[in-house]
Design a protein around this ligand. Structure first.
Ligand SMILES: [Fe+2]
Ligand SMILES: [Fe+2]
Length: 188
């Protein structure tokens, strides 16, 4: 873990590094609370924004080469690709081979249908780590201790509302991810 801390500190700005430490701690904590692997969650949380500070053109290039672009919105807003590109670079440059970690990193920005417990933990930890401040974050933190999926829904909804407020198109994966959980849970 120390090796990754040093690598990350050298690669990303201080503010982002603090965010990543917050996500790592929050993810490990959520994993303990919800019966997942805490060390796996900590590492995925620590490394989730590995590609977040790459220039948009580079994100786009790497994603094009890897064939991992799923819609035109990603071409217009390449920052949306920092999850899948991050997973790619973690595998290529850091030799991270755990497919569960790579998938959770890939899915942390726009989510996906049929998320695993680790996918959910990383998406949620990214939204509610102690450095995050937005209306409703406290309520989501409270729900997260008892019901991971309910908190995830609230986090996705906060993210969807943020995108709507900015007048931007929604990424279809986020809508699909929310629908998938709602259909599985019922009660609407
Ligand atoms: Fe991110
Ligand atoms: Fe993040």
């Amino acid at each position: 873990m120390k090796h990754y801390l040093q690598l990350l500190a050298a690669r990303i700005p201080a503010g982002r590094y603090r965010h990543c430490l917050g996500v790592a701690d929050t993810a490990a904590d959520l994993a303990v609370k919800h019966g997942a692997d805490a060390e796996q969650a900590r590492l995925a949380g620590l490394l989730h924004d590995y590609a977040r500070d790459l220039p948009p053109a580079e994100l786009l290039d790497l994603a094009e080469q890897a064939g991992c672009i799923t819609c035109d919105l990603e071409r217009r807003l390449p920052v949306l690709l920092h999850g899948p590109v991050g997973a790619l670079l973690l595998k290529r440059d850091l030799r991270i081979t755990d497919p569960a970690i790579l998938q959770a990193v890939a899915r942390h920005t726009v989510a996906a249908p049929a998320m695993t417990a680790l996918d959910k933990i990383i998406y949620l930890a990214d939204m509610i780590e102690p450095g995050r401040q937005f209306a409703g974050v406290r309520a989501i933190r409270q729900v997260a201790a008892a019901d991971l999926e309910a908190a995830l829904l609230k986090a996705m909804e906060a993210s969807i509302i943020y995108v709507l407020d900015k007048g931007q198109p929604l990424h279809p994966a986020t809508v699909e991810a929310r629908n998938y959980i709602l259909l599985a849970r019922g009660g609407f």
